[in-house]
Design a protein around this ligand. Structure first.
Ligand code: SD4
Length: 318
């Protein structure tokens, strides 16, 4: 069995590309890197890679990570600027024994030495989003941090190897140097070929409070189906946060186990996922939260898919 699951609709072209490799018996590391690069390169996805939304100072600082579930190797970069594909830099760091998580200038120096492609990641479109948001914050007292779509994936190849990876520009209007859950092991991602892999999107500050990707892998290791593991971990963390702090940020998780079974859970409306397996063609699902805390999903309609692209590519009215 092989398969891939990813956060958000935007990942479907990526997992389609990744699945071409998996189908041919390819490696879960190559498949997940290929899939995430596809999302990073598409300029209209405004929270990953090229076209990602900037921080408060109008700079695009990117976070990314990669984990190999066979060796438990981890590589991550945080607050890196001006490089095209942070996930590939993260994967390259995962081969290092030490210094495998680098931030800002340190990460950029490593990437430069390794010959990774430099690119100005701030697009005119992202600048327009920035100016619009500055105006909205002033006029409508909007929360600056709303709107996010990190790409996080879990992958299984025919050899049984599992990987997890993430890539994000983090929260729009974040403080310079702010790092979310996405490059943090166990919070934004975790992979263990003996148990499964998981990844997160949402409010990093809250996802980190539960080390939630690790928690889901742990629950799968105890025999839970990925769906039950995702629901259990998300509902528990959501409840703990509400009890102790009076509120919980957005928590949305995906997972796959060693058999290619998968699961998803969220505490928000409007979450979507992209999935492909040996027996399922690349499919986008919209996730619904039920009153009893369970999450169900339905295939996105053609109309929904069309509308999604239209809104992503619509001109920005400033
Ligand atoms: C972060 N978790 O930096 C990321 C943001 C995100 O969907 O997921 N957006 O906190």
């Amino acid at each position: 069995m092989w398969g891939m699951i990813a956060t958000w609709r935007m990942a479907v072209e990526g997992i389609t590309k990744g699945s071409e490799l998996l189908k041919e018996g390819g490696d879960a590391g190559d498949a997940i890197e290929t899939a995430i690069r596809e999302v990073e390169d598409f300029p209209y996805y405004k929270s990953v890679g090229y076209g990602g939304l900037p921080n408060e100072e109008m700079e695009v600082e990117l976070d990314a990570a990669y984990m190999d579930g066979n060796t438990l190797d981890i590589g991550a970069v945080a607050a890196i600027k001006d490089f095209a594909n942070p996930v590939s830099i993260a994967r390259s760091l995962s081969h290092e024994k030490v210094n495998c998580m680098l931030v800002a200038e340190g990460a950029e120096k490593f990437a430069h030495k390794q010959g990774f492609e430099r690119k100005n990641m701030l697009t005119d479109r992202a600048k327009a989003h920035y100016r619009k948001r500055v105006k909205e914050i002033k006029q409508q007292e909007l929360k600056p941090y709303s709107g996010h779509d990190t790409v996080g994936m879990a992958c299984l190849d025919v050899s049984g190897k599992m990987t997890a990876a993430t890539s994000t520009s983090g929260l729009f209007m974040k403080k310079k140097g702010r790092v979310g859950d996405s490059p943090i092991t166990g919070s934004g991602f975790y992979a263990d070929s003996k148990r499964g892999a998981a990844s997160a999107t949402g409010l990093g500050e809250d996802l980190m409070k539960g080390c939630i990707s690790y928690e889901i892998v742990r629950l799968m290791g105890e025999g839970m189906h990925p769906q039950e593991a995702c629901e259990t971990a998300v509902n528990r963390l959501d409840a703990e946060l509400r009890e102790r702090r009076g509120e919980a940020g957005d928590l949305s998780l995906i997972a796959m186990n060693t058999k290619g079974e998968w699961g998803v859970a969220t505490n928000i409306d409007g979450f979507s996922i992209a999935v492909v397996t040996e027996t399922l063609e690349p499919t986008v699902y919209l996730v619904n939260r039920e009153a009893d805390g369970r999450c169900t999903y339905e295939k996105a309609s053609d109309e929904w898919m069309e509308n999604y692209m239209k809104t992503r590519m619509a001109p920005i009215e400033e």
